[in-house]
Each structure stands twice: as structure tokens, then as C-alpha cells.
Ligand binder design. Sequence first.
Ligand SMILES: Cc1cc2nc3c(=O)[nH]c(=O)nc-3n(C[C@H](O)[C@H](O)[C@H](O)COP(=O)(O)OP(=O)(O)OC[C@H]3O[C@@H](n4cnc5c(N)ncnc54)[C@H](O)[C@@H]3O)c2cc1C
Length: 496
Amino acid sequence: MDDFQVDVLVVGAGNAAACAALAARETGASVAMLEAAPEDERGGNSTYTAGAMRVVFHGVDDLVQLYDLTEDERRDVDFGSYTADQYLDDMGRVTNYRCDPELTDILIGRSFETMKWMRSKGVRFQPSYGRQAFKVNGKYKFWGGLAVEAWGGGPGLVDLEHKAALKAGIPIHYETAAVSLIEEDGVVRGVIARHKGRKVRIGAKAVVLACGGFESNAEMRTRYLGPTWDLAKVRGTRFNTGAGINMALAIGAKPHGNWSGGHAVGWDMNAPEFGDLDVGDNFQKHSYPLGIMVNANGLRFVDEGADFRNYTYAKYGAVILAQPQQFAWQIFDSKVLDKLRDEYRIKRMTKVRADTIEELAKKLEGVDEQQFLKTIKEWNEAVMTDVPFNPAVKDGRGTKGLAVPKTNWANTIDEGPFEAYAVTCGLTFTFGGLKISTEGEVENTDGHAIPGLFAAGELVGGLFYHNYPGGTGLVSGAVLGKLAGDGAGKYVAGKN
Ligand SMILES: Cc1cc2nc3c(=O)[nH]c(=O)nc-3n(C[C@H](O)[C@H](O)[C@H](O)COP(=O)(O)OP(=O)(O)OC[C@H]3O[C@@H](n4cnc5c(N)ncnc54)[C@H](O)[C@@H]3O)c2cc1C
């Protein structure tokens, strides 16, 4: 690869980068994308997702603008709705009201129009029946505000986005990692990149950083998230090492958001160090609201039914990491086995099964057997069996008198066969990053935009603190990607 020059250079090739590149191209700018990964690992974390997308919609008439539905689906499926107010409530509640108000308004207010724009570029969507709907009285009912996913999941999304980019005349340079920004007189004028071990100089009138957080960098994880985070598994790409954040900080960009926080979930205890595209996100184990979790001491340690999975899963990885030896077992009895999510039916799992609870106790590797049996006995006595069980609503069927209560969906664990799944912490992405303006420009520590530098996606700080509502990563990447690409394109046009 030789040095080259382009109007807008987008660093990264995931969802945020693709949306930025397509939006910049629409302004008439020439655009190129840099991808640190080889082609068969392209697309960053976006490729690893199942493609769930949290978007404002007011019922089925909005949804048909995003995907096709049959007459039967329109009539028989209860898709519900998800208003801007609900989205705002969810963002506020799960982030302890820390989310940046301006960015949150942009995310929510532009979510639907951005997804329609993506569809116009060739991206396809579908209803998320497999993970976000339960059958109640024979009919599908969606729960938790999530009714849309990318067609073909993350791989389908990235594939169609890259096809759209190539169709728009945007080249994607693989195995080309940006290492530093070229800055002259305070203005960003391109990047120095590494292509197969060789340095390349790529000149650009504007640069959009969309190259992910620092989740795949064990040193930065430990430095910012804290001790034991070096031991966490990474759910996605090995290429998001914080390079974009570091190169922006090096020229005076302002750090912003929850630098000690990240999105982390319960993840198969024996999963590899980084994600595996053959398994995608199926190492996750997210049906804990239907059962209980115990640690090495045989004790429960968290309210598994505090809220719908969408509002707890992203913070429970850290809770599991904090347990002795960083693991937990999820326990289910036969009453709920048919309701476990798809990811409980893959081959690569750390799973045990037994007909009696005593037999199960012996199979839970690393767990105090006697304490586990005591925990189960106390649990069964505490379940409010007089309240009806309904997994599609917050049913209020909790426990009475336990030190660690469960608020919803409590069931006795007394009917074999029993199944248990071992999980550890799987880190998805980090929350801390760069401060951007409402035009997608990266701001410096004085609060001014750095001329020629824009950012989008995971490396933007300020949206998520402590926790995250499921399906927001892809939509925030798309909305802020379009914002940054559009801003970069217009900045270049203003220079011409
Ligand atoms: C297993 C898993 C499941 C998930 N499920 C969902 C879901 O269902 N819904 C949802 O909304 N979110 C989900 N997420 C979160 C979601 O993936 C991210 O929030 C989102 O994809 C981030 O998009 P991005 O474009 O910012 O980053 P990425 O998609 O990670 O893209 C970053 C890109 O930058 C490249 N890169 C990194 N460093 C450099 C460099 N120095 N130079 C050049 N390129 C570089 C990477 O290779 C990659 O192409 C999931 C994440 C994981 C890991």
C-alpha cells in the first residue's frame, strides 16, 4: 500500500464507521475506510452482535417502514410500541441519570430516521422473535422495547453495509491500523497507519475515528476498569485496543464519560480470550431471570429478576467478576428449561445436568456443595408461589425473607431434571471515551472542536454510565456515525 490522500478518512469498518462513511460520501466527499483486521475478521464488534436495535416506534405502522411483515404477522403479533419518552426513561434509569442529555436526545430523536436511512442504503431488518418475544396464549408478545434486529444479525449488517460502501465508491483498506493522527497547526490532516508492518501516510481533510473502545487491551482495562478486569474475557473483536482514543488524547482531546465502566455480561466460563465468529454472541447466557445464580461459596449474590434482562444483563458481568474466582453457576429446573434462550442450545457450553438436586450439587465444579443445598432449600421456602408466573411482564413473583431477594419470575427449584451453566465475565465494550459536540466533532480539553477530527461509536464517551439498555450500541453507532460523517463531509465542503 502506498501513501494516499482522500477528503474524509474513516478509521474503522464496523457499524459506526460504515454509517459515517456513507453519510460523508452523500455530501460529495471522497471517502476511504481503514480496517485494522484482515477481511475475514472485518467489522469489529458489530459483526459479533445478533443485531438487536433499540429504536423509537409507535406500533406496527412504523415497523413496516423498517421491515416487511405478512398480513398474519400484522394481525397476530403484539409488537407493542416504544416511545421517545420510554427510551429516555430507560437511558436515564439505567445510567443513574448520568447520560449526556444532548447526545441522548440525538440518539433517541434520530433513531428511527437513521434506521430508515440505513434501509435506503440496502441494510435489511427483521423482527427479533428469537430473543425478544415470548409466546403468551399461543401469540407472540414482544417485551423490553426491542422489536427490531438486523437481518442476518451482525454479520448480515456488516456485509450489507460494506456492500453499500463499495457501491458508493468507498474503498476499505484491510490490515491497515491507524497509529497516530497527523496534526499541523492544531488541524488534523490525516493519519499514520501500519499496513502489514509498514508505515503509511494517509492525508485527509477530515478524519472520523470509529475504531471502538479499549476492551481488547488488557493493560488499559486494568488501568481504567480496575483490578481483575485483565482476567475478563472479551466478547468481540481483538482489534479494539483503544488506539483511536489514545491518538486523540495525544493531541489534546477531552476524555469523557464513564472511564471505569463497561458493558459486561455473563459469558461461558470456558469461552476463548476473544470472541469467536463461529459462535458469535452465543457464549452469553442471558436466561438468568428465569433461575438463580450461585457463586463458589454456594450463595446467591444478585437479584436475578430485578428487571427485564435488557436492563440488567450489561451490568451483571461485573458482578460475576467480583465473585470468588470470577465465576457463577446459573441453575434452572425443568419448569423453565423450554423457555431458555437460543444460546442455551449450542454445543460449546459449560453445562451440567442431573435428575436430582443432590446429584447436581456434586456436579457444580468449584462450588461449596453443602452451602449450595442449603441455599436451594431456603430459596424454595421463600418463593411467593401464590403470585402467578409470567415471563412476558414484570410479574412481581418474588421471594420473601432472603438476604438477597429476587423481585420477579421466582420459581421453586424442585422438579428435575435440573440444568446448570457456568459463566464468567464477558466484556463487550468500554463506556469511557472522547467528548464530541452535537455535530460529531471531537472536542479538546478547552471545550473547542479540534478542526478536522470527528468521532462515532464505542469510542464516544458520555452516553452510557454503569449500565446500558440492550440494543443501543448499534443504534448509537449508526446515529452518531451518520452525524460524524455528515459533519466531516460538510467541514470538507466548507474548506473547498
Ligand atoms: C458479542 C457481542 C454482542 C453484541 N450484541 C449487540 C446487539 O445485539 N445490539 C447492539 O446494539 N449492540 C450489541 N453489541 C455492542 C455493539 O457491538 C457495539 O456497541 C457496536 O457494534 C460498536 O460499533 P462501533 O462501530 O463503534 O465499533 P466496532 O463495530 O467494534 O468497530 C470498530 C472497528 O474499528 C476497527 N479498528 C480498531 N482499531 C483500529 C485501528 N487502529 N485502525 C483501524 N481500524 C481499527 C475494528 O477492527 C473495527 O472494524 C454487542 C457486542 C458484542 C461484542
